[in-house]
Structure formats: structure tokens, C-alpha cells
Design a protein around this ligand. Structure first.
Ligand code: TMP
Length: 218
């Protein structure tokens, strides 16, 4: 069998973040493909979802039938999905020395439920500490894009889910939230202009990640 590269200490944990239509799902897949071709052991996952329980929670969260869902219910469900994903997928893979790529992680909760819905950021942080026990991505790729452009892009691809149906003002708050989070942690969060072409964005991401691996991977 072909020998795959793993890291002898812990693996590397990468998250992708951004508003609707920012292209993070495509970019996460392209990075996964690139790293696999290089021989690394990679686990690609997503939030909400990534486990059997997480996928059921995802359905609850995104169904357009659930318009009555309260912000607190939403906050708890995203965190419940995350707790399951960390236990079943992320931690075991990191311990095996793999590279874990997740399409969204806890910055999404701060951006959407915190800045978007207006839930107190300290409360979000308290719940986060229970759920993640301090686990943070080593590196986060934040794809930044104008809200109008993002929503228009997405409309062409699939039917809008419950959160996509929120108005532009909500998504603007989410985008600004992301920018504030990025400003607080410039070391971890790499801000990328998502209005560029898929290829340009991919090559930028590849150079960020290969540099990170060269400096930190062992
Ligand atoms: P997706 O569009 O990337 O599949 O994500 C599903 C939706 O869930 C998207 O509208 C963002 C939202 N979301 C939150 O509101 N909070 C969270 O913590 C996460 C992970 C996603």
C-alpha cells in the first residue's frame, strides 16, 4: 500500500470560513485534493454535519420549515453538532497526525449567532469553552466577499436554506463580524479576497498552507 505522510506530533487543523457564496466549500475541496496528491493524510469535514448525529442536526438547522427556531436553539444546535464532530472526527484525526480541513468551525458561531443574531459574545465564548475545551484551528482561511455578490452567486447554485433566506442586513452583520474576528487574530486568520478567480484563490491558499507546514509540521 502507498505510504501516506502523517505528522509525528499532532496533525494540523485548518478551518475555512466566510459568508454565503464566498466559495469556501470549493476551496476546501481543492486544498484537500492538493494535499492528498502531495501524499498527506487528510480528513475533510464540514459544519454543521460531519457525523451521523451532526447531519441530523444540520437538517433541523437549515430546513426552511423551521422559521420559528429561536436564536438560542440555533446556538445550541450548532454547538451540539460541533461537540460530536470534535469527539468523533477531528480529535482522533489530529491525534493520528492527519491534516484536518473543516468547512466552518467556531468562528462561524461568533460571526452568525454573535454578530448576526446579536447573542452576547461572552455567552458564546462560555459555551464554546465547554464544547471545544480550547481546541482552535491552527490556521483559518477567511474568504471575504461583498454580501450582494455572495448571495447572488449562491442563488445560482442551490435553493436557499433557512439562514440564506435572512435579509441582506443580517449577512452584512455576519461579514463585519468576520472582519472583526480576523482583526483580533491576524496570526491565525488569513483574510483572502474572495472576489478573485477560483484558481487565484486556490494558489494563494496553497502558498499559505505549504508555508505553515514548512514552519510547523514535523
Ligand atoms: P454552509 O452554508 O457552509 O453549509 O453552512 C450552513 C449555514 O449554517 C450557513 O448559513 C452558516 C450557518 N452557520 C451558523 O450560523 N453558525 C455556525 O456555527 C455554523 C457552523 C454555521
Amino acid at each position: 500500500m502507498e505510504e501516506r505522510i502523517t505528522f509525528s506530533n499532532n496533525g494540523i487543523f485548518i478551518s475555512f470560513e466566510g459568508i454565503e457564496g464566498s466559495g469556501k466549500t470549493i476551496q476546501a475541496r481543492l486544498l484537500d485534493e492538493f494535499l492528498r496528491k502531495k501524499g498527506y493524510t487528510v480528513v475533510l469535514t464540514e459544519e454543521p454535519g460531519g457525523t451521523q448525529i451532526g447531519l441530523r442536526i444540520r437538517e433541523l438547522l437549515l430546513s426552511v420549515e423551521h422559521q420559528e427556531m429561536t436564536s438560542v436553539t440555533e446556538l445550541m444546535l450548532y454547538n451540539a453538532s460541533r461537540a460530536q464532530l470534535i469527539k468523533e472526527v477531528i480529535l482522533p484525526a489530529i491525534k493520528r497526525g492527519a491534516i484536518v480541513i473543516t468547512d466552518r468551525f467556531n468562528d462561524s458561531t461568533v460571526a452568525y449567532q454573535g454578530y448576526g443574531r446579536g447573542i452576547d459574545l461572552n455567552l458564546i465564548d462560555s459555551i464554546d469553552r465547554i464544547v471545544t475545551a480550547g481546541l482552535k484551528p491552527d490556521i483559518t482561511i477567511l474568504l471575504d466577499l461583498d454580501v450582494k455578490v455572495g448571495l447572488k452567486r449562491n442563488r445560482g447554485i442551490h435553493k436557499a436554506d433557512r439562514l440564506e433566506l435572512e435579509d441582506k442586513a443580517f449577512h452584512k452583520k455576519v461579514r463585519n463580524g468576520y472582519l472583526e474576528i480576523a482583526a483580533k487574530e491576524p496570526e491565525r486568520i488569513k483574510l483572502i479576497d474572495a472576489s478573485k478567480s477560483i484558481e487565484e484563490i486556490h494558489s494563494k491558499i496553497v502558498s499559505i498552507i505549504t508555508e505553515y507546514i514548512a514552519q510547523n509540521g514535523s
